[in-house]
Ligand binder design. Structure first.
Ligand SMILES: Cc1ncc(COP(=O)(O)O)c(C=O)c1O
Length: 424
C-alpha cells in the first residue's frame, strides 16, 4: 500500500497556508505538530454543543462527561493500557511530572537512590532532582556515548543497587533522535524493585507504544506532539496508582484517574485528543493495512493506531535518510545522532546539526525568511547540549520532519542550509 501524501496532507488545513505567497514548510514538528481536521471538528463540537463542566445532572454536562470518558478510553488504547483508569490527563508533560514527584515522594526515604539519564529533556530531569533535593535522595546519572549516541546498558547495571527506587528514562531524544531500549532498561530496573517513569514525548509521534509489553510503571506523552491539541497524558500501572495518595480536594473521589485530575480539566483539549486518535485510526486503515493484524487481547483501535505508527515510521526513514545525507554533504556540518540507515529503527526523524562558527539562530532566521520553520538552541535538553559542548555556541539547528512532510520539503531545507553556509 502506498503512503499517499496528498490524502494525508489534505487532512491538515495548516499545510496549505502560505508564507509570503509561497509554501510553508513545517519542520518544527518535534516541538509540536500541526493538527488534522478531525481535531478541529471535535474541539468545535465540544465548545459549541456541550460546553459544560462534568458530572452534572443535565444534558450538556452528561455529554461532556461521556466525551471525557471516551477520551480516556481512546488514550488507553493508544498506549495499550489495561483500562481507562490508568490514564491521567493534564496540561502538559512537565506539569504531570512535577505532580508525580509530589505524589511519589512519600514512598522514598533519605538515602534512597534514583537514576536519571543524561539524555533527558529537562521535563524529566529537574522535577526528579528537585524531589531528590527535598527528600535527601541520591541521584545517579546514566551517561550516553558520544560515539554511538546510545546508552551502554552495562553502565546501567553499575548504577543499580538495592537502594534504587525509581528511574526516569528517555524513550527518544528530542535532540539526538535516539530511540532507547526501554524494555531492556525496564527489565533490569524492575528486577531490582525500582519504579520506572518513561518520557515518551518524542517517541509517541513516531512509533507504536505498548505499556503492557514495556512493563513500565509510568509513561507520559504530550498530545500536541502527535497531531492533537495542547494536552498531555500519563499512563500509570493500576496497582501502583491505587497505592498513591493524590494531592486532591476533599470532594474529589479517591479513585483513579479522578484523584489525579483534580480541578476542571480542558474539555475541549480532551475532545481534540479524541480527534487525533481518530485521525491515526484512519491512517492505520487507509495507509497501514499491511501492518494491521488481529492479535488476541489487543483492541482493534490499538491495532489500527499501531499500524499507522509503523507505516509512518517506514516513510519517515526515507525522510531521515534524505535529510542526513543532504546535511552531511555540506562541508563542515556535523550531524549529532545515528546516521547509519541500517540503524534507522533506533532513531526518530529528528535531526540536529552544528558547524564550527555557524550561529544556529541565524540559520533558523534565514530558513524562516524562505518559509521553512526549524528550531535552534537547546530545546530544553540541557545535559545533551552540554555533553556535545555546544552550550556556549548556541546549541544546534534541529530539523524535525514527520509523516506529512515531503522529500521535496526536506530537500528545500537542506538547500537553504547549504546556501546560507556558502554565503557566510
Ligand atoms: C522529550 C521531551 N520531554 C518532555 C517535554 C516537555 O513536554 P511538555 O511541553 O508537554 O511539558 C518535551 C517537550 O518538547 C520533550 O521533547
Amino acid at each position: 500500500m502506498t503512503f499517499d501524501l496528498d490524502r494525508i496532507r489534505a487532512h491538515f488545513p495548516a499545510l496549505s497556508l502560505l508564507h509570503d505567497g509561497g509554501p510553508r514548510v513545517y519542520l518544527d514538528n518535534p516541538a509540536g505538530t500541526q493538527v488534522p481536521r478531525e481535531v478541529l471538528d471535535h474541539m468545535q463540537t465540544a465548545l459549541v454543543s456541550f460546553n459544560a463542566n462534568m458530572h452534572g445532572n443535565f444534558r450538556t454536562s452528561r455529554e461532556a462527561t461521556a466525551m471525557e470518558e471516551r477520551a480516556h478510553e481512546a488514550m488507553a488504547d493508544f498506549f495499550h493500557a489495561a483500562g481507562a483508569d490508568e490514564i491521567v490527563f493534564g496540561p502538559n508533560m512537565t506539569t504531570l511530572t512535577f505532580m508525580m514527584t509530589r505524589v511519589l515522594g512519600p514512598l522514598f526515604e533519605p538515602g534512597d537512590e534514583i537514576i536519571v539519564t543524561h539524555m533527558e529533556h529537562d521535563g524529566n530531569n529537574t522535577p526528579w532532582r528537585r524531589m531528590a533535593d527535598d527528600l535527601g535522595l541520591v541521584v545517579k546519572t546514566l551517561p550516553w556515548s558520544r560515539d554511538t549516541y546510545e546508552f551502554d546498558l552495562d553502565e546501567l547495571d553499575v548504577l543499580i543497587t538495592p537502594r534504587t527506587r525509581l528511574a526516569a528514562l528517555n524513550y527518544a531524544s528530542n535532540i539526538l533522535g535516539t530511540i532507547n531500549p526501554i524494555p531492556a532498561m525496564v527489565s533490569k530496573l524492575k528486577a531490582a524493585g525500582a519504579l520506572t517513569y518513561v518520557d515518551a514525548v518524542q517517541y509517541a509521534p513516531h512509533g507504536p507504544i505498548d505499556v503492557q509489553a514495556l512493563d513500565c510503571d509510568f509513561l507520559v506523552a504530550s498530545t500536541y506532539k502527535f497531531y492533537g491539541p495542547h494536552q498531555a497524558v500519563l499512563y500509570g500501572r493500576r496497582s501502583v496508582l491505587e497505592q498513591l495518595r493524590a494531592f486532591k480536594l476533599r470532594v474529589v473521589p479517591d479513585v483513579s484517574p479522578n484523584k489525579f485530575e483534580t480541578g476542571c480539566q480542558s474539555l475541549e483539549g480532551q475532545a481534540g485528543v479524541l480527534g487525533a486518535i481518530e485521525y491515526l485510526q484512519w491512517l492505520g486503515v487507509a495507509m497501514g493495512s499491511q501492518h494491521l493484524q488481529a492479535t488476541p487481547g489487543v483492541p482493534q483501535r490499538t491495532a489500527e493506531i499501531h499500524a499507522a505508527m509503523i507505516a509512518m515510521a517506514e516513510y519517515e526513514h526515507a525522510l531521515s535518510g534524505r535529510l542526513i545525507e543532504g546535511l552531511q554533504s555540506i562541508p563542515g556540518v556535523k550531524v549529532h545522532g545515528i546516521t547509519d540507515p541500517a540503524a534507522f529503527d533506533r532513531r526518530v526523524p529528528t535531526v540536529s546539526f552544528s558547524r564550527p562558527g555557524l550561529d544556529p539562530a541565524a540559520v533558523a532566521n534565514f530558513l524562516d525568511e524562505h518559509g521553512v520553520y526549524v528550531w535552534n538552541g537547546h530545546s530544553y535538553a540541557l545535559p545533551v547540549i552540554e555533553f556535545l559542548g555546544l552550550q556556549d555556541l548556541g546549541g544546534v539547528v534541529r530539523i524535525g520532519p514527520t509523516h506529512y512532510n515531503t522529500l521535496a520539503e526536506v530537500d528545500r531545507a537542506v538547500e537553504l542550509v547549504s546556501d546560507y553556509i556558502a554565503a557566510h
